[in-house]
Structures are given as structure tokens and as C-alpha cells.
Design a protein around this ligand. Structure first.
Ligand SMILES: Nc1ncnc2c1ncn2[C@@H]1O[C@H](COP(=O)(O)OP(=O)(O)OP(=O)(O)O)[C@@H](O)[C@H]1O
Length: 390
């Protein structure tokens, strides 16, 4: 994208103090005053705090793999980073331009259309992005016609055939005439990847893009993503609930793994650091739950119980006070209930950060009382504030 303010050292996407909260937009909430719903005995859905207080930069040619349990906010963060979900608070900048200020017309240095082209998404279900009633060629012509209207039919077909061949879909003349339903899952995902790459984006968000694939096909598609990432110098945000996939993607590309828990980024670092030297107690839980990371220990660890005090994940509408993991954390102490940790450097490594007081040698955490199973306080943050003020 041409812009005189663009500096190649700047992050491509930069997120500051990001919150994405989903309000209840149902008719009941919009129309009925509190006393009406109380009288009718109807409960309004509270706000979901899907993403809270995240600061993150994605550089050029960078790879970030976001992992965490279902509902931890991975997709919401990813979509906010590519301008598909509007933040409730904070900013998401593309090459220094606040995406939503541009969208709302407050910034004349760039256009929202250009941002939309630069930030693409590939979904878990590739079929969703492809028209089943059109051939592969017709599907892939759509982005080219939109973003490169100067190309004629022969030039478009030439580019499409080249991309099909590069991604291992061969012979391209044959495949380009097939309909989407005549392709395997792996071939559909390749076509979805080509569709995104044809518009020459700077960032691709791949949301669980390999989870629906058979395990035997997964490595091939992940390798292809990484090959294309390298070839086109495109930054990728991979979303996966599987730490083994995240390790593969971030490890091979020299990227980072970001671990999410209840809307917060709790640890971020290189694949090597997150797998070999995890610091956050929640990252250790994910590692325990992924025995294939260490097959030698797999059998042994399957016999152990998970390193948590409670299995149940608290509700994202009312997360626990202080450190959100304190209700399940085996290392939790009183201080974790009261205060929210920042992301601290782990062991002096600026590329490895952990949201846990245990990173700070002289933090009052070390003097505070350990939380035992009997002492687990499930009171959500908001209720505690209410109690304190009443
Ligand atoms: N449009 C929405 N409206 C209301 N709540 C939402 C919406 N989108 C997501 N949520 C809620 O926000 C929280 C985070 O969801 P998100 O999909 O980002 O998590 P995730 O880690 O990607 O989970 P999964 O792996 O299951 O997709 C969840 O509690 C989810 O129910």
C-alpha cells in the first residue's frame, strides 16, 4: 500500500489497550426497562468480555499463533486485528492508521478499501468463502476482477493457473474447471488460500484453517501455508485450540505463540520458549492437555491429573477478579485475587512475556497466603466490587 507515512519498520498491525465486549442487543434489552424484565422474570444477557486489555504488534512477514480453550477470545482478537470486529475500547492500527477512524472517515491518509484488501481472513470452512455454483476459475477470478480490473481474461487465467500449480493443485487446466464440491477438503482449503493471496494482502488471519482436515492432511496444508507465507512475505495470524499445531506453525516460521485465557493474553513467546519453558500455569495446563508435544512423556502424563484446582472454566460474562486464572491455578495466592498482573518479561527475555506475579521476585505475591481448594473464591469481579461498596 502506498503511503508516505509508511515505514517498513513499523508494525503492520498494532493493537493497544484492546477490549471487545459484546453487549446484549436483543429486543428485550433494547426495548424493555429493567423493571419490566424483572417483573416478567426474564433475564437479560450480560455483557460478554470476549477480549480485554490486549497490547500486541504484528510485524512484516511475521507469524503469530493464538492458542487457548474454546471461548478464550482467539477469534474475536484475530477479527479485531484484521478490522472485522470493532473494538469497544482501545485501538487497532494498520501501518499507523487507526482502522476505525479510517472507516469512519476521520483519516484521509488511506482508505478503508485498501485496509480491507491488505487484511484477509481464511475460515475453518473453506466452502463458506467459495461459491459452490461456480468453477474454481470463476471463484478465483472474483478477487482479481475487483482488485486488478486492468487484467484481461487471459492474464487472470494465467495468474490463477500459476497459483494452482504453486500450491500443488495440478494440472491447473483440469482443476480450474471443476466445481468446489468436486474438490477434497484439503484442495478446497488450498483454493481458499489462493483466493486470499491473489489480492496480495499483508496479513492473513487463518481461523482454525486446518482443524477440520484429516490429521494426515494437516501437516501438508500447514506446510503450504508456511511456504506461501515465506514466498509472498505475508504475515499470518493462525488461530488454533491445539498447541501442537501452534508449535508447528510458529516453530517452523520463527514466529510466536500467544496463549489466551478468558479474553486475556496470558503468555507470549517463541515456540521454543512456550513449549520448552512455559511460565504461566495456564500454559502448563495446555501443555499437559497436548501429550503429542512430548510422546515419551505422553503415557506417563495421561495418568496424572491436570495441573489445575478446578476443571470448569469461569463465565466470560463475569470473569474472576485479579488474575482471571486464580480460581483454577495451582500456584494461586491471595494477591492473585486482589490485583491483576501485567505481562512481565520472563527471565529477562523481552520476547517472552507472562501475565503472572511469579515473574516478579519481590512481588507481595510471595508473602501472601496460598489459596487452597477450600479457599477458592468464585466470586466474580463485579460481585466483589458490589459487596465491597455495600
Ligand atoms: N457476536 C458475538 N456476540 C456475543 N458474544 C460473542 C460473539 N462472538 C463471540 N462471543 C463470545 O465471546 C467469547 C469469545 O469468543 P471467541 O469465539 O472469540 O473465542 P474462541 O477462543 O475463538 O473460541 P472458539 O475456539 O470456540 O471459536 C465467547 O464467550 C463467545 O461466546
Amino acid at each position: 500500500m502506498s503511503n508516505s507515512n509508511t515505514n517498513s519498520n513499523d508494525p503492520v498491525v498494532s493493537v493497544r489497550d484492546l477490549k471487545v465486549h459484546f453487549e446484549d442487543t436483543s429486543m428485550l434489552n433494547a426495548m424493555a426497562p429493567e423493571w419490566v424484565s424483572d417483573k416478567l422474570g426474564l433475564e437479560k444477557d450480560p455483557t460478554v468480555r470476549a477480549v480485554d486489555d490486549i497490547n500486541l504488534d504484528l510485524g512484516e512477514n511475521d507469524v503469530l499463533a493464538l492458542v487457548g480453550e474454546s471461548g478464550s477470545g482467539k477469534t474475536t482478537l484475530g477479527k479485531a486485528m484484521v478490522g472485522l470486529t470493532r473494538p469497544s475500547h482501545g485501538s487497532v492500527k494498520y501501518r499507523g492508521h487507526d482502522i476505525w477512524e479510517v472507516r469512519d472517515g476521520d483519516d484521509d491518509g488511506t482508505t478503508f478499501e485498501e485496509i480491507r484488501r491488505s487484511l484477509q481472513i481464511i475460515h475453518q470452512d473453506p466452502g463458506a468463502a467459495l461459491n459452490p455454483y461456480r468453477s474454481v476459475l470463476e471463484n478465483l477470478e472474483v478477487p482479481l476482477k475487483r482488485w486488478h480490473p486492468d487484467l484481461n481474461f487471459a492474464e487472470r487465467r494465467g495468474r490463477i493457473h500459476q497459483m494452482l500449480e504453486r500450491t500443488g493443485i495440478s494440472p491447473p487446466e483440469d482443476y480450474s474447471n471443476r466445481y468446489v464440491h468436486q474438490l477434497s477438503g484439503g484442495e478446497q482449503q488450498r483454493v481458499a488460500l489462493i483466493r486470499s493471496l491473489l489480492v496480495e494482502p499483508e496479513v492473513i488471519l487463518a481461523d482454525e484453517a486446518v482443524s477440520a482436515l484429516d490429521v494426515s492432511l494437516r501437516i501438508g496444508v500447514m506446510d503450504l501455508f508456511l511456504e506461501m507465507q515465506d514466498l509472498f512475505d505475508t504475515s499470518f495470524i493462525f488461530i488454533s485450540h491445539d498447541l501442537a499445531n501452534a508449535r508447528y506453525l510458529a516453530g517452523k516460521s520463527g514466529g510466536k505463540i500467544g496463549v489466551m485465557y478468558l479474553g486475556e493474553l496470558v503468555e507470549i513467546g517463541t515456540a521454543e520458549e512456550i513449549i520448552q519453558n512455559p511460565q504461566h500455569p495456564y500454559t502448563k495446563v495446555l501443555q499437559w492437555a497436548t501429550p503429542e508435544l512430548d510422546p515419551e512423556r505422553a503415557e506417563e502424563s495421561m495418568r496424572e491429573s491436570p495441573p489445575v484446582r478446578k476443571i470448569d472454566i469461569p463465565d466470560a460474562t463475569n470473569p474472576p477478579s485479579g488474575c482471571r486464572f486464580h480460581t483454577r491455578c495451582p500456584e494461586a495466592r491471595e494477591a492473585c485475587k486482589q490485583e491483576t498482573p501485567d505481562l512481565y518479561e520472563s527471565g529477562g527475555d523481552q520476547h517472552h512475556q507472562t501475565k503472572c506475579f511469579r515473574e516478579i521476585d519481590d512481588h507481595e505475591y510471595w508473602q501472601s497466603e496460598e489459596l487452597t481448594d477450600d479457599g477458592i473464591d468464585d466470586t466474580p469481579a463485579s460481585d466483589q466490587t458490589d459487596e465491597a461498596s455495600s
